[in-house]
Ligand binder design. Sequence first.
Ligand SMILES: [Zn+2]
Ligand SMILES: [Zn+2]
Length: 114
Amino acid sequence: MAGDLQLICSDCGREFTFTSQDQAFFRERGYSAPKRCKPCRSAKKNEQGGGGGGGGYRAQAQGTSVICSGCGQQTTVPFEPRGDRPVYCRDCYQAQKGGAGGGGGGGRGGRGRY
Ligand SMILES: [Zn+2]
Ligand SMILES: [Zn+2]
C-alpha cells in the first residue's frame, strides 16, 4: 500500500501530509491531489461559504448617532432612524418598554431588531 505523501501547500508554502488514507479517499471520489494544506483549505471554504450573497453589505446600519428623545443624550442605534418617531437610547428604550402599560401604540412595526 502507498505511503503518506508530503505535499507543498500552494497557499502558505508549507509542507503537509497527504496521508495514504486521504489518497484513497480522494482517488475514490475522482479528486486530484490537494494543492493546499488542511488549514488553508478550510479557510478557503469558510471564505466562500460566508461570502455567499456577494456585494450587498450593510455596514452603515451598524450604528447611527442620534439624540435620544427621552434624555437628550447622544446615543447610537443599530438602525437608521426614520424621523417619524422618537429614537431612544438603550436606557430610555428599556424604560419605555417596561413602563408602557395598556395604552396606545400597539404595533411597533419596522425592524424587529430589538
Ligand atoms: Zn497552507
Ligand atoms: Zn435616553
